[in-house]
Design a binder for this molecule. Structure first.
Ligand code: HEM
Length: 550
C-alpha cells in the first residue's frame, strides 16, 4: 500500500507554472479547437467521398461563394460544376453541409423529423423571442402542438375566415386610396410592401386571435406589433451575434444590450398574449360564442385551439404557456411571408402588363364583390398566377435541417463520388446540416422545362407533364412537405387570392421608371431590394392608379 501516491502533488503557483497555464490557454486550446473543427472533421467525415467546393474562408466556409449568387441560382452552379445532384461544403466555423436537389433525399429528410430537426440555433432564437411554440419545438411536443393546431387550419376552419379576409382586403383598398395623390393622373408611387405588411398583420391578428391591430390607422404603432418588431430588431440587429448564436446557442444568454431589449419586449408580448388568451377563454366559458353561429366570431385560431384543447386528453393538451406562445408564432410565420408574396405578385403584375390585363379581366367578370371560397378558387388564371408566383418567388427560398442523430439519407439517383464510385446513400453524422434548396427546385429546368425562369401562369393548364416535388401543395416546395409543412398554407392561399382579387379590380400597377429590383435573403425571407437603395431595406415601390379615374 503506497502512502506516497495518495499525497497531493506539490504544485506551487510559480510565475513559470502560471506561464505554462497561460500558454496552454492562449495557444494550445485554440490550436486543439482548430484541429478538431477542420483537419479532424475532414478526416473523419463519413461523406468525404461526395464532391463539393473547398472552403474559401475558415469562418464562413463556402457560404460567401454560395450566398453572393442570386436566389434561385445559388446551388445550381454547384450541381453543374460537380456534375452531381448532391454536394457537400463547409458552412460557418467548419460545420459540414449537404445540399441536394435529389427529390428522394429531400422527401426523406423532410419526412424523418425524428432524425432531422430544424437548426438548433434557429430553434433557440425563435424560442427566446416567442416561447416554446410550434415553430421551434421538435418530436413529441411538436406532434402534440400540431395536433391541436391542425383543427384551426383545416379547410373548413380556413374557409370560415373568408368574410374576415374580404373585410381586410377592402380595408387595404381604402388605405391605398388614401395614399393616392389627387390629380396625379399617371398615378402615385406607393411602397406596396409596407401596405401588405400592415394588412397581413391585421389579418393574422383577427384570424389568429381575434385582435385588432389596425396597423394602417395607428401607423404601425400598435403596442403588440411594436413590442414584436422591437424584439425582432433587437434579436437580429447584430448580425455577427446572430451568426455566432446559430453555432453556439449558448450565446443567447450573453447579457448584451440587444438581449436585454429582447427580454423587455418579450415581457410586453407575453403580458398581452396572456390577456388575449384569457379573453378568448372567458368568451368560450360564457358560451358567448357558439361555433354554430354563421358569423366569424369565435373561429380564430386561438379560440379553436382552446376548444380542441378542452376536448383532448390531458396527455395531448397544450399547456397554458404553449397556447400563449402560439400568438408570437402566428405573428412570426404569418405576416412577412404573405406580405412578401403579395409584393412579388405586384412586381410580376407590373413587369407583365399582358398578364395583369388578363388577370384583371378574369376577376372583373365575377359579378360578386365578395365571392365564395369556391368561386374564388375556381378562377383558373388567378390560380395559375398564384402557383407561378409561389414557384418563382417562394418567400422562404430554402430551409435547413440538422441531423439530430447519426443517420443515412437515400438518393433516388446515385451520384459519382470523388473516387469514381457510385454513391446511392449518404451516411451523415449528428450535427450535419442539410440544405433544401426550395428556389432551385421550383426553377429546375429538368422539372419545369426550358422556360423554367419565365413567369407563365398558363403552365398549369394540365398539358405539361412534370415531376411533382415532395411538397404539401401544388407539386411545389414553397410550403415544404412532411410533418413540419406550413401549417398556414390554406390560409395564405386564400389571403393572397382575396387581396389580389380586390387590388386588381380597383388599381392598375406600373413600374417606377429606373427602379430595378434584386431578390435578397440574408436570413429567412426572400426580400425585394431596390438597386442603389439598399440602405432603405426591403421595399416594393410601384406606380398605383385608381381604376375609377379612367
Ligand atoms: C405565402 C406564404 C407562406 C409561405 C410561402 C410559407 C412557407 C412556410 C415554410 C417553407 C415553412 C417551413 C419552415 C421550416 O420548417 O423551416 C412554414 C412553416 C410554418 N408556417 Fe408558413 N408560409 C406562409 C404563410 C403562413 C401563414 C399565413 C401562416 C399562419 C397563419 C403560417 C404558419 C406556419 C407555421 C405555424 C409553420 C410551422 C409549422 C411546423 O413546423 O409544424 N405560414 N411556412
Amino acid at each position: 500500500m503506497s502512502t506516497v501516491l495518495a499525497q497531493p502533488l506539490p504544485l506551487t503557483l510559480t510565475p513559470q507554472v502560471v506561464g505554462y497555464v497561460l500558454l496552454s490557454l492562449v495557444v494550445v486550446a485554440p490550436l486543439a479547437l482548430w484541429f478538431y473543427l477542420y483537419p479532424y472533421t475532414a478526416a473523419t467525415l463519413p461523406f468525404k467521398n461526395l464532391r463539393g467546393p473547398e472552403p474559401t474562408s475558415g469562418f464562413f466556409g463556402s457560404l460567401i461563394t454560395v450566398s453572393t449568387k442570386p436566389i434561385g441560382q445559388r446551388y445550381a452552379s454547384l450541381t453543374e460544376q460537380y456534375g452531381a445532384s448532391t454536394v457537400r461544403f463547409r458552412g460557418l466555423v467548419g460545420r459540414w453541409r449537404i445540399m441536394s436537389t435529389d427529390t428522394t433525399a429531400i422527401a426523406h429528410v423532410l419526412r424523418h423529423t425524428g432524425q432531422w430537426h430544424r437548426n438548433e440555433g434557429f430553434n433557440g432564437l425563435i424560442e427566446r423571442m416567442t416561447g416554446a411554440n410550434v415553430l421551434c419545438v421538435e418530436d413529441e411536443p411538436h406532434r402534440r402542438q400540431r395536433r391541436i393546431l391542425n383543427s384551426a387550419f383545416n379547410g373548413t376552419s380556413v374557409s370560415a375566415m373568408m368574410p374576415m379576409f374580404w373585410e381586410e382586403a377592402y380595408d387595404l383598398k381604402k388605405n391605398v386610396e388614401e395614399l393616392l395623390v389627387e390629380g396625379q393622373e399617371k398615378g402615385t408611387q406607393v411602397d406596396m410592401l409596407q401596405v401588405y405588411v400592415r394588412t397581413a398583420m391585421d389579418i393574422i391578428g383577427r384570424a389568429g386571435f381575434n385582435y385588432y391591430f389596425e396597423q394602417h390607422k395607428v401607423n404601425g404603432e400598435n403596442p403588440l406589433s411594436k413590442a414584436f418588431n422591437d424584439m425582432i430588431n433587437g434579436m437580429l440587429e447584430n448580425r455577427k451575434l446572430v451568426l455566432v448564436q446559430n453555432i453556439f446557442p449558448q450565446a443567447l444568454d450573453l447579457p448584451t444590450a440587444n438581449h436585454r431589449r429582447v427580454a423587455k419586449s418579450r415581457a410586453v408580448l407575453d403580458g398581452i398574449a396572456r390577456d388575449i388568451v384569457q379573453s378568448r377563454r372567458a368568451e368560450i366559458a360564457r358560451d358567448h360564442i357558439s361555433l354554430d353561429k354563421g358569423d366569424y366570431e369565435g373561429k380564430d385560431v386561438i379560440s379553436l385551439c382552446l376548444r380542441a384543447n378542452m376536448g383532448a386528453s390531458e396527455r395531448d393538451r397544450m399547456t397554458e404557456a404553449e397556447i400563449e406562445g402560439q400568438i408570437g408564432a402566428l405573428m412570426l410565420a404569418g405576416n412577412e411571408t404573405s406580405a412578401t408574396a403579395l409584393s412579388w405578385a405586384t412586381l410580376h403584375l407590373f413587369e407583365n402588363p399582358d398578364i395583369q390585363a388578363k388577370l384583371r379581366a378574369e376577376v372583373m367578370a365575377v359579378p360578386d364583390d365578395e365571392p365564395s371560397v369556391e368561386v374564388l378558387n375556381g378562377l383558373p388564371y388567378l390560380d395559375g398566377f398564384v402557383r407561378e408566383l409561389l414557384r418563382l418567388d417562394p418567400p422562404l427560398p430554402q430551409v435547413v435541417r440538422t441531423a439530430a442523430v447519426d443517420c443515412v439519407v437515400p438518393l433516388g439517383t446515385p451520384v459519382q463520388g470523388r473516387d469514381g464510385s457510385l454513391i446511392s446513400e449518404i451516411r451523415v453524422s449528428k450535427g450535419t446540416d442539410f440544405v433544401v434548396p426550395i428556389s432551385e427546385m421550383n426553377r429546375d429546368p429538368r422539372i419545369w422545362g426550358a422556360d423554367a425562369d419565365k413567369f407563365n401562369p398558363d403552365r398549369y393548364d394540365g398539358t405539361v407533364p412534370r415531376v411533382s416535388l415532395p411538397g404539401v401543395w401544388g407539386g411545389l416546395l414553397s410550403f415544404i412537405g412532411g410533418p413540419h409543412h406550413c401549417l398556414g398554407f390554406r390560409f395564405a392561399l386564400l389571403e393572397i387570392k382575396a387581396v389580389l382579387f380586390v387590388v386588381l379590380r380597383n388599381f392598375a400597377f406600373e413600374p417606377v421608371p429606373g427602379k430595378q429590383f434584386i431578390r435578397f435573403s440574408a436570413g429567412i425571407i426572400q426580400r425585394s431590394i431596390v438597386i442603389g437603395e439598399e440602405s432603405k431595406g426591403m421595399q416594393m415601390p410601384v406606380i398605383v392608379r385608381a381604376l375609377e379615374s379612367e
